[in-house]
Design a protein around this ligand. Structure first.
Ligand code: NOJ
Length: 530
């Protein structure tokens, strides 16, 4: 790896969904001042960077992923002045800011689209994809056709997501230039990097029948990030590639495109879609992790370590035990991901074991994707009750409920009624309760991140899998020069794992473990230093 890649291995990134993080003006919606008020908390956890989900002006058809102005802040979140303060406060604590760049589509309320839809011959007419008739029968991500008719032009425009999110036409050089300017604007504001929304979709391949991985994709990524002005940035693209050659084209160091990718193999393991429980367990996930650790190591690529984000219900609820073994599962999952080689991303609330909610009817849900899925399930013959169960399991709302900071009314998120109902488990799972517990997930995260920070082997060292295929656990080594750590993560069943030669115990999640005892209980982890 080159110097730049190696330096990114020091990052620990915390993802904030601003709408649900902390409300300071009591309108029931999180805001930038709320984030500022929690920076010391995040530093204490051991985080040194924040990925901020979109906070630009937006009519919120898709909670900010429909941008109406890339250079202004959403009214509910605050002002550009708040943003300047946030950046200053972050930088003074040595924290980096990763903005969410949404280059594939804008809001239909963005001035480019407002102009574009007026006529076929205005300066913005080719900023989007317009056709006289639909050229295919693609379905939009959140329901309906991707084609929407506009009488003023007597034409249809393409929207891969909601009707309010028209896809930008990157084959128009003016669009490329506009987006470069947006990037530069935020670099000048002080952004240290970007998470790039559906990067694979900015070049379409209509002939091949897909709205992604088009022939000019790398030309466009290069135009965004292969420039002197952007050379220092940390960039992570959201991308559905799972072929190593494809991935290399995005993140090989010599290509000057992206630093790393969010790649979803481990979240898609053993499932047909996310509303149905995974067929397999952590063993499947382990094998996928081993595969990608090996491949990224072999090809000198930077890997992203994550289990949760705003688009998936909590990983612990889908694959761990979020009831009686919530502490053990949460800490085991954290250990098996964040002590691997790569850049850790922690989603808000994960550090104290936020788990999925359970609600009986759709009035507790908000997300466009949840409603689209619910309707499709009912149309396909499921009862309403069965359909709600699926949404409880896989809906994005699970990841978007307000952060439960404490036991006060409103969970310490807001004194007003929150924009979406609090978690059904708010009185049980909140930060205050976690910190008051003997078994604090937050304290475990803190200890684990400090181990990672203080030992270069966990950041820059090599990865080697030790456990083999038939095992129901994951043992791996991290090694740098003469230092070797062995990480043992047992899964749901008790196991016997011989570890007397692994060295001194430096991290564990069952408090009565003394050292190298070979019997491992459900989700027990132990980290040893040789
Ligand atoms: C991926 C984002 O993570 C998701 O939240 C959003 O709905 C789509 N892209 C469209 O922007």
């Amino acid at each position: 790896m080159n110097e730049k890649q190696l330096s990114f291995l020091d990052l620990v990134i915390y993802q904030i969904y601003p709408r649900s993080f902390k409300d300071t003006n009591n309108d029931g919606i999180g805001d930038l001042k709320g984030i500022i008020s929690k920076l010391d908390y995040l530093c204490d956890l051991g985080v040194n960077a924040i990925w901020l989900c979109p906070c630009y002006k937006s009519p919120n058809k898709d909670n900010g992923y429909d941008v109406a102005d890339y250079r202004d802040i959403m009214d509910e979140f605050g002002t550009m002045e708040d943003m300047r303060v946030l950046i200053r406060e972050m930088h003074s604590r040595g924290m980096k800011l990763i903005m969410d760049l949404v280059p594939n589509h804008t809001s239909d309320k963005h001035k480019w689209f407002i102009e574009s839809r007026k006529s076929k011959d205005n300066p913005y007419s080719d900023y989007y994809y317009w056709f006289d008739k639909p050229i295919n029968d693609w379905r939009a991500s959140f329901g309906g056709s991707v084609w929407e008719y506009v009488p003023e032009r007597d034409q249809y425009y393409l929207h891969s997501y909601t009707v309010g999110q028209p896809d930008l036409n990157w084959d128009n050089p003016k669009v490329v230039k506009e987006m470069q300017d947006v990037v530069d604007f935020w670099v000048d504001m002080g952004a240290d990097g970007f998470r790039i929304d559906v990067i694979d979709q900015i070049s379409k391949d209509f002939e091949a029948g897909r709205n992604c991985f088009g022939p000019n994709l790398h030309k466009y990524i290069n135009a965004l990030f292969g420039r002197e002005k952007t050379a220092h940035l940390f960039t992570v693209g959201e991308c559905w590639a799972n072929d190593i050659e494809e991935i290399k084209r995005h993140i090989s160091a010599d290509r000057n495109e992206l630093s790393t990718l969010f790649q979803f193999d481990h979240l898609e393991a053993g499932r047909s879609e996310k509303f149905t429980p995974m067929a397999d367990s952590l063993v499947t996930v382990r094998d996928i992790l081993i595969k990608w650790q090996s491949l990224t190591q072999q090809h000198q690529l930077l890997y992203s370590l994550f289990t949760d984000n705003h688009d998936n219900s909590p990983f612990i609820s889908r694959i761990g035990n979020d009831k009686e073994l919530r502490y053990e599962s949460a800490t085991c999952i954290a250990t098996m991901f964040y002590l691997l080689k790569g850049v850790p991303f922690i989603y808000q609330g994960q550090e104290f074991g936020i788990s999925s909610s359970h609600y009986d009817d759709m009035s507790y849900f908000d997300d466009v994707e949840s409603f689209d899925m619910y309707n499709r399930l009912v149309d396909s013959g499921l009862t309403e009750k069965e359909a709600v169960e699926k949404i409880n399991f896989g809906g994005r709302d699970n990841a978007r409920r307000p952060m439960p900071w404490d036991n006060s009314v409103g969970g310490g998120f807001s004194e007003a009624k929150a924009w979406i109902p609090l978690s059904s488990r708010v009185n049980e799972i909140n930060l205050e309760n976690d910190l008051n517990s003997q078994k604090s997930i937050f304290r475990f995260y803190k200890a684990m991140l400090s181990l990672r920070k203080n030992n270069i082997a966990f950041r820059k060292g090599g990865f080697k899998a030790v456990s083999s295929d038939g095992d129901k656990y994951f043992v791996f080594e991290r090694e740098y020069k003469n230092e070797t750590f062995t990480v043992v993560c047992n899964f749901e069943q008790p196991s016997v794992i011989e570890c007397k030669d692994f060295g001194t115990l430096v991290l564990n999640n069952y408090s009565d473990r003394v050292g190298a005892e070979s019997s491992f209980r459900p989700y027990e982890i132990a980290v040893f230093k040789a």
